[in-house]
Design a protein around this ligand. Structure first.
Ligand code: GLU
Length: 421
């Protein structure tokens, strides 16, 4: 698009990823630090501790974001712009200034958090659903486990319930397998081997599209195909650790583990996934240089990767922010890849409820059979949820309820803007 064409749509395009910027000159840093001290003073905030308290109320903590780590090293005592300009990078300074100006993605974070707390509590009363048991390890999950976390595109975070318990991601990892595969191979190569159409069938149905490709990357066959294209020449363990590092970067530079028991359990009950691999192999669906058995092994490791709700929320916020992680300020995913990933999450991310979810909730999301759900609110932030009991489509029952309540309470539906609600 030309810049003239961009101007025509400025209102809609004014959502660049935040904080993907070069370090400013010392002069600019000094000006930012002075502005911060002035605004802080106006808000009755004198010391570094006062400032941290104000930021915490806005949802920003030095512990939760590497971008703000240097804040906790500010000397005790009165705020001083020269020290601040010397110790903090322009990225942190800019963020602090926006927070003091009330210009973060969620302007009144305390109010937002208390509404979220209500939503979380309300959905706790929903106790329907059953645990997945076709992978024996999943049947051991605690049906009462329940956590929710949110992260805005500015890194504002809060969490409820068991948001710090890591659990295996299962299909909630599929958007990231797809994104990494596209980053390594390019969009054209990936889509030569996997379609982008909802299948209209179960997630593990023995079916390919009319071109003998898996229908899309959000179902098992498609995710196995995308796994096949992640550095096929390397040993599987190295490919898995590449994916772990990628997911960890999207999750704010945190550690992503692998649940060994789940991995063994999946391998021990793999008949359907083996059949899917056979079907694709029979139709020459794989690229030439890949070993289908290794692809399946990588896929099992990916499904066994663990994150907690807080990490999932940061990943979702990275997607909401066009691929720049809000807590580190680093670009993790190319923006074009993010767009593709979100498109497929919107059309195919919620099993056989995807059309209904796109209609009623109107947000890109991905669920998994362990009860995880990642919800992206483009340009605003993301949510990570965990509640193992599933409905008949395989989605966490409380996850659907929380989604419904979110769009009822906030103007998050992608098309909310057309009605102004
Ligand atoms: N590992 C699971 C399988 O391959 C993932 C299923 C899911 O979460 O949809 O069946």
């Amino acid at each position: 698009m030309t810049s003239h064409a961009n101007d025509l749509f400025a209102r809609f395009l004014a959502r660049p990823a935040r904080y993907e910027q070069d370090e400013a000159t010392p002069d600019v840093r000094t000006a930012l630090a002075e502005a911060i001290c002035e605004r802080a003073g106006n808000q009755g905030c004198r010391t570094a501790a006062d400032l941290l308290a104000v930021l915490e109320r806005a949802g920003l903590t030095a512990a939760g974001m590497s971008r703000l780590t240097a804040l906790s090293d500010l000397p005790a005592g009165d705020l001083d712009s020269a020290t601040m300009a010397a110790q903090l990078g322009s990225d942190a300074l800019e963020l602090v200034r926006q927070a003091l100006d009330g210009h973060l993605a969620v302007s009144n974070f305390e109010n937002f958090s208390s509404r979220l707390a209500n939503i979380f509590a309300y959905a706790r009363d929903v106790t329907d659903g059953v645990l997945a048991d076709y992978i024996p390890e999943l049947a051991k999950q605690d049906p009462a486990a329940y956590g929710l976390a949110v992260c805005s595109i500015d890194g504002q975070q809060t969490a409820f319930g068991e948001a710090d318990t890591a659990f295996c991601q299962q299909s909630a990892i599929k958007p990231l397998i797809y994104a990494l595969s596209m980053g390594l191979n390019g969009e054209n190569q990936v889509h030569r081997h996997v379609g982008r159409e909802p299948s209209g069938r179960r997630f593990n149905e023995l079916a390919l599209d009319p071109d003998n490709r898996p229908h899309n990357p959000m179902i098992n066959s498609g995710a196995i195909m995308c796994s096949a294209m992640i550095r096929p020449g390397l040993p599987v363990a190295d490919r898995a650790s590449l994916l772990q590092r990628f997911v960890g970067s999207a999750a704010g530079g945190s550690k992503v583990g692998i649940d060994q028991a789940v991995y063994e359990s999946e391998r021990g009950t793999a008949k359907r996934n083996l059949a899917l691999v056979k079907l694709m192999d029979e139709h020459d669906a794989f690229p030439e240089d890949v070993d289908p058995a290794a692809a399946l092994d990588l896929y099992f490791r990916a499904c066994s990767m663990t994150m907690d709700c807080r990490q999932m929320a940061v990943v979702a916020a990275t997607l909401a922010n066009g691929g720049v992680c809000p807590t580190t300020g680093h670009r993790v995913i190319d923006s074009r890849i993010v767009r593709n990933t979100l498109s497929l999450m919107l059309s195919c991310g919620m099993y056989d409820y995807s059309g209904e979810y796109a209609f009623t909730v109107g947000l890109p999301a991905k669920s998994g059979v362990s009860g995880g759900l990642m919800i992206v609110v483009p340009g605003i932030g993301g949510f990570g949820l965990w509640s193992p009991p599933l409905d008949r489509q395989g989605n966490p029952v409380r996850g659907i309820e929380v989604s419904r309540l979110l769009v009822e309470s906030f103007p998050f539906h992608l098309f909310a803007g057309v009605t102004g609600s």
